[in-house]
Design a protein around this ligand. Structure first.
Ligand SMILES: [Zn+2]
Length: 254
């Protein structure tokens, strides 16, 4: 059974021409690509440091619809890295402030917010009610990533993964039927000291921007995604390294 889509937004030619003139003139995007972006829908899980950078670029790029999942209120200490928010947002629900900020940036963007923790159950409800083209990871915990991966496989929706740790981060894309899944890479939680201080203010900005690039390329149907590859970034050394990720024959998810 086909899942219902959000109603399509009317694409006003004069808005397209002026607002996205740089994209429209590019060979990799052009009018057809911009149209694809306007019809695309992204489920972004997490509205923190990663989520803010990702959401900003998706909104600015002209992605049509964004589902935003987060249940936290903004704390003062979040402002060190969560660029979507202002001091006046402290104490308020992140998704509400995020929606307002993104709508100010792009009033054409259709945003739906979900105030819940992302689990297999809550994610299933979201994906059963609304159709999304891609799931994007902007969380800080393994359990939510496992849930995203499982739902990505079950619903055959690609999953863009990103994670940060102090000065380091990683990005990969898990595309059902085209490559390994997140559980092939991490059957168990990767070693990270959750009690360790961090991340540095800019780390989620860099990794989130890379995730946004990956997501937009995926929506445009461009090749050379990080499918079967893990990009490791170390900003202290300014090193970017790509590792191959193989399918795990014994993977319980894919
Ligand atoms: Zn797998």
């Amino acid at each position: 059974m086909a899942l219902p889509r959000f109603p399509k937004l009317p694409l006003k030619p004069e808005v397209l021409q002026e607002r996205y003139s740089r994209h429209l003139a590019m060979s990799g995007i052009g009018p057809a690509g911009q149209q694809k972006l306007s019809e695309a829908s992204v489920l972004l899980v997490g509205a923190g440091g990663l989520g803010g950078a990702i959401a900003y670029y998706l909104a600015a790029s002209g992605v049509g619809r964004l589902g935003l999942v987060d249940f936290d209120n903004l704390e003062l200490s979040n402002l060190q890295r969560q660029i979507l928010y202002k001091e006046s947002d402290v104490g308020k629900l992140k998704v509400e402030s995020a929606q307002r900020g993104l709508q100010e940036l792009n009033s054409e963007l259709d945003i739906k917010t979900y105030t819940s923790e992302f689990t297999c159950e809550s994610g299933e409800k979201i994906l059963s009610a609304d159709n999304y083209d891609v799931i994007v990871d902007a969380v800080d915990n393994f359990a939510a990533r496992q849930a995203m991966n499982k739902l990505s496989q079950e619903h055959e929706i690609p999953f863009v993964h990103g994670a940060v740790y102090r000065f380091e981060g990683e990005v990969s894309t898990f595309y059902p039927g085209k490559g390994p899944c997140y559980a092939c890479l991490y059957a168990e939680a990767p070693e990270a000291d959750d009690a360790a201080p961090g991340p540095a203010s800019f780390t989620p900005g860099v990794i989130g921007t890379l995730e946004a690039a990956e997501t937009i390329k995926l929506l445009l149907g461009m090749d050379e995604l990080l499918v079967g590859r893990l990009l490791r970034v170390d900003l202290r050394r300014m090193s970017f390294m790509t590792l191959k990720v193989q399918r795990d024959g014994g993977c319980l998810v894919c």
